[in-house]
Write a protein that binds this ligand. Structure first.
Ligand code: COA
Length: 374
């Protein structure tokens, strides 16, 4: 390959950011300077969302105001609810997520206003409304009545309420909160870079997030948490795991939920998510998936020195919580909206059109012949 071409932008630093820092050498990840593990143990998802969007952790009064704003913006329009209700039942929820954010762009009074204040208002509206629209689809495709958001519930509680009409115990809510914190932000990953690229033409936040959702859908990125569950279902039981994984590696298959472009010695988010996966397995009295997880993980490390990424423990955790497999990546969306929005605002604040070069390798210069001469 030509030395000048950095396929996949491998190793290229394209800009500065103050949103997060991925430090593969010391297996660490910080949001605005705070270690993500620390945030998971000491903060709610709302506090972390506020941090990502506003650069600082909230004090009591800021948090109260932020929660009030989220509560006030949770309802979706009748128009959007009807659109969601009439979407094909077999549509992939990621395609639904992409479409609902796009529709919100049609309805938002600030769509063409890219000022910092308007972008923050729109970010909060997208963050507050997307769970409502996705929960509506979760219910509608099961032929169930749509449940509107309820005042006074946390982000996670409200999502469970709107999907299931009931609330799990506090430990499950806490594990869900932790998964959202871990999914909220991760520097210049594919979908964030997509959002920044769209923004760099001075397009709007709804367009950038719509594009980012399309990018997150792929199995090499966010779609991996869904792919992991399909793999778990193929393995079926812990007793089959060893044979299955050795067979997959013998056939040189890509094993979903493993490997990472930046982390080569392990994903900084995995130990925390693994802990909550174990907790949820215990709470649900179903340790089958955790046992499969451990066997597959050990073989991958032993044979290939390839470590699990955050999608491996998260997929089966969402399954144990009762979510449909194709809803795992949309849950990732609900959280990553915070990171994307922060990057979109950062890109706007110091914009430079993102426009790389390519090396042409097609036909040499040719002359067009008239039709009757060809
Ligand atoms: N299963 C099996 N082998 C894997 C692997 C996996 N999940 N991930 C990487 N490898 C192997 C590759 O085959 C390659 O081997 P080779 O050098 O013998 O060809 C080597 O490790 C380097 O991988 P590469 O694909 O070049 O790394 P990358 O940085 O381009 O890709 C991913 C990173 C994430 C795309 C890749 O690890 C992957 O496809 N993982 C599965 C999907 C996934 O879980 N995505 C979520 C990411 S958070």
């Amino acid at each position: 390959m030509n030395e000048d071409i950095k396929k996949g932008l491998l190793g290229i630093v394209v800009d500065e950011t103050t949103v997060s820092q991925v430090m593969p050498d010391i297996n660490s990840l910080t949001y605005r300077g705070y270690a993500v593990q620390d945030l998971c143990e000491k903060c709610s998802f709302e506090e972390v969302a506020y941090l990502i969007l506003n650069k600082e952790l909230p004090n009591k009064s800021n948090l109260k105001k932020f929660k009030k704003e989220l509560n006030e913006n949770r309802n979706i329009t009748i128009n959007l609810r009807e659109i969601v209700k009439h979407m094909p039942k077999k549509a992939h929820p990621m395609d639904v997520a992409r479409t609902v954010v796009s529709v919100m762009g049609l309805e938002d009074k600030d769509t063409s206003n890219n000022s910092p204040a308007a972008n923050m208002r729109k970010a909060i509206r997208i963050f507050a409304k997307t769970p409502t629209a996705m929960a509506a689809f979760f219910r509608a495709r099961r032929g169930k009545k749509i449940i509107p958001p309820k005042q006074g519930l946390s982000f996670s509680e409200n999502f469970f309420h709107m999907c299931f009409g009931k609330m799990p115990n506090k430990e499950i809510i806490n594990a869900f909160d932790v998964s959202l914190i871990l999914y909220a932000e991760h520097s210049f990953n594919v979908s964030t870079f997509t959002a920044r690229t769209i923004t760099s033409s001075l397009s709007d936040i709804h367009s950038a997030i719509t594009g980012a959702i399309g990018s997150l859908k792929g199995p090499l990125h966010g779609g991996a948490n869904e792919a992991v569950m399909h793999m778990m279902n193929k393995i079926k039981k812990p007793e089959s795991a060893l044979k299955w994984i050795n067979n997959a590696l013998d056939k040189k298959e890509v094993v979903m939920g493993f490997g990472h472009r930046v982390y080569k010695k392990g994903d900084s988010r995995v130990p925390t998510m693994e802990k909550y996966f174990k907790k949820v397995s215990k709470l649900k009295n179903d340790k089958k998936f955790f046992k499969i997880y451990e066997i597959v993980k050990n073989v991958m490390i032993e044979r290939k020195d390839i470590h699990p990424n955050v999608d491996f423990p998260t997929g089966p955790t969402y399954h144990l919580m009762g979510f449909d497999t194709d809803f795992f990546t949309p849950i990732f969306v609900l959280s990553r909206i915070t990171g994307w929005s922060a990057h979109i605002m950062e890109q706007h604040a110091a914009n430079k059109l993102i426009r790389p070069l390519s090396k042409y390798s097609g036909e040499k210069h040719r002359k067009v012949m008239l039709l009757n001469q060809r």
